[in-house]
Design a protein around this ligand. Sequence first.
Ligand SMILES: [Zn+2]
Ligand SMILES: [Zn+2]
Length: 259
Amino acid sequence: MPPVIGKRIFTGVLNVLFPDNCPVCGNSSGNYEIYPFCDSCWHEIRPYSGPSCGVCGLPLPSTHSITCGECLKSPPDFARLRSYGLYEGGLKEAIHQLKFRNGRHLARPLARLLVESGLPENLPEAGVVIPVPLHHSRLFEREYNQSALLAREIAELAGMRLELNGLGKSRKTIPQVGLSRKLRLANLRGAFGITDGHRFDGCHVLLVDDVCTTGATLRECARVLAKAGAENVNAVTLARSTQDVWGVDDGADASGVND
Ligand SMILES: [Zn+2]
Ligand SMILES: [Zn+2]
C-alpha cells in the first residue's frame, strides 16, 4: 500500500475513535489519555511560578510581601493552600472539559500534573484526602463531583487514604463571584458539615478542589475539619483564578468557579 493511503486510513481511524478536535488549537487529538487535547497543547499547561502568598498561595503582584493581607488579618485553619497553575489557557479548558464536557478521564492526567510538580508538599504518608463536596442537588445535575475524581487520583498517586463521605455540603450556596468578603463568609457559614459518625481526631487532611479564587470555600472546609479534630489541614487545587481578587475578569463563569 502506498504510504499516503496508509496515512489516510490511519487518520480516518483516529477520527472515528477521537471525533473532537483539540479545544485549544483545533488539531486532531490522537492521545486517548488526554483526549480531546493534542500532545503539544497539553504540554503547554505549565505551573505558576510567580510570587504568591506563603499561606494561601494567592498570586501576588510583587515578591516584597510573603503573606497576603487576608492571611495576616485572619489566618486560615489550613496550613497551606497550593494551586498548580493559573486558571487560564489550556488548564482552564481542561478543567472545563473535566467539569462540564464529561471529561472524567482527564482527572488522572490532571492529578498527575499536581503530584509530579511536587504537590501536595511535605505531607505525612498517613494523610487522608478529602474532596470539597458538592450539594446533592448540584451532584444530581452534574452526575459527578470533579473534585472527588481528582481526590481519588491524587490519593492513589500519593499513596494516601481517600475519604469521600466524611465532609458534606448540607446547604446550597450562591456563586461567590462579585460578593463582598462579608457576604462570602455569610454565604459559606454552615454550608459544610461532618457526616454523622465521622471523626478526624489527629488526622492529617489534604483538601482537594479543582479551582479556587479567594480560598474562602477551602477556609470554611478547613475550619469544619479542624473543629472535628483534624490535627493539620492542607489544601491543593489545580488552578487559581485571579478573577475578583485582582479585579481582572479572566472569563471565568460565575457558576463554574469555586471560591
Ligand atoms: Zn492542540
Ligand atoms: Zn494568603
